[in-house]
Design a protein around this ligand. Structure first.
Ligand SMILES: *Cc1c(COP(=O)(O)O)cnc(C)c1O
Length: 433
């Protein structure tokens, strides 16, 4: 056992954290626990700037299940922060399917898909999704993030162009950077701006990929998928949509934005997630047989990262059954959403629409502006019994910090009313209303 360094001053300037650190030192006194060394001092300095800005956070711990009411950090709260739109995270049929799959096939797949890790159940899930989405084929990735990043990066080369909405998800941005293609960003939902760029590059030899989120995750507005698909057709571009927040939410039985806009066959690449409304984990790409076969050969997260445990695939198959057979869940989701939005606006909250896109989906931001004030509001809401996460820069633009709320089909009217009561009372205490 080596000596324990007592100087924690290079760890942080915050007295409170230093105290925590001392306690950790005591509990770990039997071992020489590695400390933050000077090599990583720049990270400590960065963390201090987050603390000064009031945006430093600790992770809240969920102690029971992801439900409309649940327990975080020992406190029972109404939950307006999860993506569990349809309550599938703990649906008994999904749980049963997962348990059965573990009994039948074990807990892990043991390899990447292309080597030895493709189980029959992985193929069944892909076939199920392809049929549901009315496309030729589907490939499932370990997450929506890897589906986007792996696809965008692999289908283009450095001569090509990516036309991307300025508010597209980080996984699209990372995929675009990895692709080495030239990235052109158009103003949010600005189809005319996208067309201007297409005209500017009309004589360039490269391929053009237009890409938008189906539903934007921070504002809850819907991407102009139909109009962008028409542009792609006019200019011979490839059309791609990321339906992470539209999967299970928009379109018939939650088939997504392509179904919502009825542009079947006009979107070449449809990405969806299995991690949000579907209740489990994963991402998928839907399209032509050749697109999917190509991704089997070239998408790096598919080639170099192990496939889902069979239980995850089984869970997702059961979830698509629910989407097909229990459409009332989606109806309840939208009814709750309409009621909550109407009441929020009625109370005088800024829920977007002025200098910020207006939400059209179960994601409703409450725009506060300043990061610190937003985080203080979120903390006060939590103390009052409401879990509603504050989101600040760099996740959203500076000055547009917000509380992001997400409604689910499982919230009761009484829970929604109580949420509204907590929101208004707390906002008045903090002079937000
Ligand atoms: C959540 C999200 C993703 C990532 O999906 P995961 O399955 O959680 O990795 C991708 N795109 C958008 C727009 C998202 O909101």
């Amino acid at each position: 056992m080596g000596p324990i360094k007592s100087d924690a001053s290079n760890l942080t300037s915050s007295a409170c954290t230093r105290k925590t650190f001392t306690i950790e030192l005591m509990s770990l006194a039997v071992e020489n626990h590695p400390q933050t060394r000077s090599q990583l001092a720049h990270l400590t300095a960065q963390l201090d700037t987050f603390r000064q800005a009031g945006t430093f956070f600790r992770l809240r711990e969920l102690e029971d299940i992801q439900g409309p009411v649940c327990t975080y950090d020992g406190r029972k709260v109404i939950n307006l922060a999860s993506n569990n739109y349809l309550g599938l995270c703990n649906h008994p049929k999904l749980e049963e399917a997962a348990i059965q799959a573990i009994k039948d096939h074990g807990v892990g797949s043991g390899a990447v898909r292309t080597i030895a890790g493709t189980m029959r159940i992985h193929m069944e899930l892909e076939e199920k999704i392809a049929a549901f989405k009315n496309v030729e084929a589907c490939v499932v990735f370990q997450s929506g993030f890897s589906a986007n990043a792996g696809t965008v990066s692999s289908i283009l080369g450095k001569e090509d162009f990516i036309l991307s909405d300025e508010l597209n998800h980080a996984s699209i941005i990372d995929g675009a950077r990895l692709s080495k293609a030239k990235i052109k960003v158009f103003r949010h939902k600005d189809v005319a701006h996208c067309e201007e760029i297409l005209q500017e590059i009309a004589n360039e030899p490269g391929k053009k990929l237009i890409i938008t989120d189906g539903v934007f995750s921070m504002d809850g507005d819907i991407g102009p998928v139909g109009e962008l698909a028409a542009l792609a057709e006019k200019y011979g571009g490839i059309m791609m949509v990321d339906d992470a927040h539209a999967s299970g939410v928009l379109g018939r039985n939650g088939r997504g934005s392509v179904d919502h806009f009825d542009v079947h066959g006009k979107v070449d690449v449809q990405v969806g997630t299995l991690s949000k409304a579907i209740g489990a984990l994963g991402g998928y790409v839907c399209g032509s047989r050749d697109l999917i076969d190509y991704l089997y050969h070239r998408a790096r997260p598919f080639l170099f990262s192990t496939s889902h445990p069979p239980s995850v695939a089984a869970t997702c198959i059961a979830a698509f059954d629910i989407l097909e057979n229990e459409p009332d869940r989606i109806q309840r989701l939208w009814d709750n959403t309409a009621y909550f939005k109407q009441q929020l606006a009625h109370s005088g909250f800024n829920i977007g629409g002025v200098n910020t896109p207006a939400s059209e989906t179960p994601i409703t931001p409450i725009i506060i502006g300043e990061g610190r004030k937003t985080m203080d509001f979120s903390k006060a809401l939590f103390e009052a019994g409401l879990m509603a996460t504050g989101i600040a820069f760099p996740t959203v633009q500076e000055g547009k910090a917000r509380i992001r709320t997400i409604m689910t089909s499982e919230h009761t009217r009484a829970q929604i009313d109580q949420s509204l009561e907590i929101l208004t009372t707390t906002a008045k205490t903090l002079s937000i209303l």
